[in-house]
Design a protein around this ligand. Sequence first.
Ligand code: PEP
Length: 280
Amino acid sequence: MTSSRNRPLWVGTSWKMNKTLAEAATFVDELLAVPIPSGIQVFVLPPYTALASVRSRVPEDSPILLGAQNAHWAPEGSWTGEISMRMAKDAGATLIEIGHSERREHFGETDRTVARKAAAAVAYGLIPLICVGEPLAVRDEGGAEDFVRVQLQIALSELAPAEISQVLIAYEPIWAIGEHGIPATIDQVAPVMALISDVVTVAAGGPVRAVLYGGSVSTQNAREVLSDPNTHGLFVGRAAWQASGFIELLKLCAPLSGAGAGQSTIYSRTLPWTTTAALL
Ligand code: PEP
């Protein structure tokens, strides 16, 4: 694919439960030392322990967006161990990842809690990055598209169309994620991305901010994944946990972004939303 995109290519990484403060600082310093290619919207989701320190390390005018990997829907209160959207924003988040399959599998996240969190994120002026994706057994039975459709419809059910148009979606088939993941082929990914595009277009009354693909993305398969016209970016785990790997991916993506090389700020931390009513 060449320069036919008319929107930024989103490329980001979640560090999951990795990195001490010192390791986080090393990553950020290495990333800041290279120009961010024009046309690529970079984001990094550190663990909460490192979010504020990473925020203070990234200059205000940097195009790199930061986010958190989860947050609670309630504005505050007696929720031991949880962090609210308001607190996440205060610590430096612009994005909030919601509904990653590991949170669904190990921490009781459901389609309903995803919906509540997406609405809470929007209410606090944060961009929800909503993760969807089917388990292997569902795919093997031919049910991937129906599964993802339902996940998405529930996830978006508490948002108004104008709010839906601001979200990021990540399609992450569970069987393709992590060290035991089987990298998906473009033939497996493309029909689900088309389905997601249809569902969100109907729900939002137009396109959403971006739909990303995640699951064993690396420099080996990034180009192929991005050849799909409904894929507007990459959500990367292991291959981007070292700054050098992330930078390599960004360089590979630069000519696919529609903007060529060079450095520019393409997205502001000032979000277009006004805060809507508190949710709870
Ligand atoms: C993920 O878990 O969201 C992910 C994309 O991980 P990986 O790239 O390591 O498969």
